[in-house]
Unconditional design. Structure first.
Length: 255
């Protein structure tokens, strides 16, 4: 076998080897992408004890303390359990439909193009005191899907637009809006003091009883109605740090 033939064989072998390696690499990338086109975030909602939601309106930081969700920034407030559960549900149920590979050197350009630098919405999820992941939500090209990227992955995915809407929440939306949060069965006594009269009712062994303005049995239906109204009254907030209560007529309330 002459040198020319040997060189031809080496060239063919190199081409075949390159094709095999390229094919294997593509298969590995496809397998990796296939594995990542499922859940946006794998988590146990019960173990989540921290959320930070960053939007154009600012950041809302929430922590779960002794089983109860609280807002700690920008104000110290009770959080709405329903609102928190809604955000967690949209994180848990979001599925990625497609992944876009970021070429080296093009990350900044692509992330800006996709609305991920800076993101439209950013959610930081904390589990047992440590950050689990950070999820950025970007543009929605056709108002159906939205670009999304996790800090733990150097890839951009796409999920349903309504999943971004489901986590794009402001302080007003995340705070507890009920005037009083309580269990009716746990109430043992209540009093309504108006300017002209006071009604006071207490739970007794044989049912509810009036203590003011007279003493005697109370109408159980009326008592339940009052408690239901108190428990379902929602507030619209106008001033979280009022300098005075007088402008609102609350320095000397009517009731």
């Amino acid at each position: 076998m002459n040198l020319k033939s040997v060189l031809k064989i080496c060239i063919v072998f190199a081409l075949l080897l390159g094709a095999v390696l390229f094919s294997n690499q593509k298969e590995q990338e496809e397998d990796q992408v296939a594995q990542m086109t499922k859940e946006l975030l794998v988590l146990d909602k019960e173990n989540v004890d921290g959320l930070t939601i960053e939007t154009d309106s600012g950041a809302v930081v929430l922590r779960k303390e002794e089983g109860r969700w609280r807002i700690i920034e920008p104000l110290a407030l009770d959080a709405s359990l329903g609102a928190v559960q809604g955000v967690l549900a949209n994180l848990e149920r979001a599925h990625l439909k497609k992944f876009l590979l970021l070429e080296e050197g093009e990350e900044t350009e692509r992330l800006t193009e996709y609305g991920l630098l800076p993101p439209k919405v950013r959610v930081i999820v904390q589990v047992e005191g440590a950050v689990l992941d950070t999820i950025d939500y970007g543009n929605s090209p056709l108002n159906v899907y939205v670009y999304v990227k996790k800090a733990s992955e150097n890839r951009v995915g796409m999920t349903e637009l309504y999943r971004r809407t489901g986590v794009d929440k402001t302080l007003r939306e995340m705070r507890e809006k009920r005037a009083l949060v309580f269990e009716k069965s746990a109430v043992t006594e209540w009093r309504i003091a108006a300017q002209t009269t006071t009604i006071e009712v207490a739970r007794a062994a044989d049912g509810w009883r009036l203590k003011q303005p007279s003493i005697g049995p109370a109408d159980a239906g009326q008592v339940d109605s009052v408690l239901s109204h108190l428990g379902s009254t929602s507030m619209t907030f106008v001033d979280d740090t009022p300098a005075s209560l007088a402008p609102f007529g609350l320095d000397s309330p009517a009731m």
